[in-house]
Write a protein of this length. Sequence first.
Length: 1085
Amino acid sequence: EKMYMYLASDSILFDLVFLFLLFTVSALDDVKNSDSSTLQDSSVRTSEIPAVHIDTECVSITQQADTPPLRANDIFLAEKAGIESEMDPSDISNVSAANLSMAEVLAKKEELADRLEKANEEAIASAIAEEEQLTREIEAEENNDINIETDNDSDFSASMGSGSVSFCGMSMDWNDVLADYEARETWRQSTSWGDIVEEEPARPPGHGIHMHEKLSSPSRKRTIAESKKKHEEKQMKAQQLREKLREEKTLKLQKLLEREKDVRKWKEELLDQRRRMMEEKLLHAEFKREVQLQAIVKKAQEEEAKVNEIAFINTLEAQNKRHDVLSKLKEYEQRLNELQEERQRRQEEKQARDEAVQERKRALEAERQARVEELLMRRKEQEARIEQQRQEKEKAREDAARERARDREERLAALTAAQQEAMEELQKKIQLKHDESIRRHMEQIEQRKEKAAELSSGRHANTDYAPKLTPYERKKQCSLCNVLISSEVYLFSHIKGKKHQQAVRENSSIQGRELSDEEVEHLSLKKYIIDIVVESAALPEPLKDGEERQKNKKKAKKIKARMNSRAKEYESLMETKNCGSDSPYKAKLQRLAKDLLKQLQVQDSGSWANNKVSALDRTLGEITRVLEKKNVADQIAFQVAGGLTALEHILQVVVPTTNVNTASRIPPKSLCNAINVYNLTCSNCSENCTDVLFSNKITFLMDLLIHQLTVYVPDENNAILGRNTNKQVFEGLTTGLLKVSAVVFSCLIANRPEGNSQPATPKISTQEMKNKPSQGDAFNSRVQDLISYVVNIGLINKLHGCFLSVQGPVDENPKMATFLQQATELLHGMCMLCFAVTRRSYSIFDNNRQDPTGLTSALQATDLAGVLHMLYCVLFHGTISDPSTASPKESYTQNTVQVAIQSLQFFNSFAALDLPAFQSIVGAEGLSLAFRHIASSLLGHCSQVSCESLLHEVIVCVGYFTVNHPDNQVIVQSGRHPTVLQKLCQLPFQYFSDPRLIKVLFPSLIAACYNNRQNKIILEQEMSCVLLATFIQDFVQTPGQADNQSYQPGGKSLGSTQDYLELANRFPQETWEEARQFFLKKEKK
């Protein structure tokens, strides 16, 4: 029973859906008819036509169902007229006038015609389709009967007319009903009726009885009058609806018939147009065929003309060829005849020669046979003679063998007797030689004693040859002058001094005459030069040195604390700035710097393992390969990544080592690699060097350097300083530290604030003007603190000990040569920096000098840190004690030359820093003689080997040595000829003709000869003094070029825009006029 109820409900639902669809279709037809009537009334104004769009690229037709055919026809005709206007012959002529060929024009016209034809076909197809559609609509409308039911139709139709339906008590839109039905379609197909019944919700018991009683209640039944009235109303409404639908159907049929008529008319017009287009196409094809025929005829005519021309040319060529062949044939026949005659003549000559040859052959054969017979006879005779000689020699050999055996026996007997006699004689000779050797040995001992006594007395042939600078084992003292004498150079320099000679002459007992120089020297050596005990004289020195050392240490600590506080301020300021770099290896350098720090963090306090050392060397090698390209961006990127800090941590392992024999945690090779990376990071990179200075990393380098020197150079008394220096100090690590420090100093000099490297800017803001002096002052204060710190920690004294330890050549010791170069370059850089930050506004010849750093005092106390002593020993290590056989060595190796250049640059920079101090140090007893020999020897070397940089440094140094100093002027003209002054005058001719070289030489000659008549006389023997006067006159006339000139050693500027070779930097400007008058004045001979 339950299943039956569900089936009944489903059938009722299907009936309702079917009725709903029928009424929906009729409602849609009514709406369409009403729309058609509305469109008919609005006429052509609100409708659109089939659009035919034709352009040069494409032809498209769009047609809509409600397009009036007349307007569509007019638009199609307009489009066609436009295309025909494009195909007008005048346009064709215009195209041809625009350099288009006839073929292109015809192709264009065909393309347009095809597109027009295609558009016409599409329009015809559209008209036919519309006609068929209208016919179907008319037939459908005629077959549609009006059938209006009166039972329960009005309510349903009303609800359908409103577009909604009420189903099961719910109001639903018809679209929603269809959507729900379609959505449930798949479910109904895949689900059986049993499942559907099971899924229906179960009704409560008694629901059917309840609904039956409710529907059959008396209150729901109508009366007969009400039912009749209701039925009549329904009939009346149905009649009205039928009449309304009949009128709408009539109007719709009329409109459809009219539209069908218009479409048929439009179709006929399109067919006429297609016929006309076909005719035009045929005409065009005929025209094209005529054009092609004309083109073929023209081409044939041209080809025929070409063929005729080619035939004419071939005919001419054939004639010319035939003429050439005939002429060659004649020449060939003529040549053939000549060759035949020549061949016949040669044949006759050959036959004659053959006959003569045969005759000579017969004669030669007869002679040969005669010689052969004669040779055979001689050979037989020779064989017989040889056999006889052999027999005779064999017999003589046997006789000689017997004689030799007899002689051998006799000689053996005699030899035995002679050996016995010689043995006895040899024993006698050995005894005699032994006695003679003892005698010679005793004589040599006596000679050595005499020679030692002679050397201890200081006697020497003369000072023309370089004496030894090796310190005495027992120092000497001049009792007359109370002067300590440490070496042979100091001895002869003191004896030749004016003060000593004057004192000896005043204390002489000889009356009536003045002692000669030889007598003064002999008397000095015998009477006044005595040996002293070094220990007794040096007892109070250690206490004084210890107090001074403690004082310097305290001062150094204060300076370092001040520098560290400034470094913290600088680092905090740099942290706020984003320092970037555009290096292509930025990421790689950052990674390598992190690797260095990571390796240091992982490693414990013991010695590094081999794998750790290899990893460190590999990392340093990669950094070296990147930085060797010398790209500033790479250097800055490595510094920003913390590379210098990592290198400092690596080098800190050296500090705990206080003994030479103590092994370092990291091998020396790895430490040298780290120093090399540090050097590459700072080389020619002003940013990194400035960071090293301002962040106080430079003090770490100085502390490490002084630590290395302290390990190898013990603190000694000045009397024995340098004797106990360990030669390991010249190895790579100390040299690398010196090199890095020198590189940083030179870079700071070249790029200091307010220097000549900055271009002048015409317009700068007030804030920049305020910041520039502050930056320069900060730089100056940092550099002053740095130099003061270096002086107070005793670096100058340690370098002094290293230089004094050098007593021989450096030709075979490149490590020592490199150490000396870097050490002198460091001193040179310190002098340049001190000059730059303390007295840039003063002249070199200004006597008002202030040195808050103490560098000048330290160098003056150590005699220029012993550099002059070192240079003398390096140059004159092979001095021969016998002057008569000595030939001074004036040709040096490259290592020696480089040491000399760096040393002279240091001398010149110190002279620019404090000229009176330089002249007093170098002009003192002992060092003046050494300086004279050094200058003379280097000038001799430059005369043999071209070395312009060394020669210029020597010339400048001699000028500083002699300027306004009469005693030093005497030194350059004394000694063995040619003297230093004569060698300067004997330089190549270019130094007297080339303005650039004149600028180098003439200031030194002026300084050496000014107010010195004897030097001027020597100068006049080699050149004219008028040249010097003219040179001074040129500078006097242009004083603006020489004002405020500053010194630039080695070509590196210490001032703003000056040249160190300028006359104002080498000779006082206030004495130029006096010097000019002095050199113009004629001296009486």
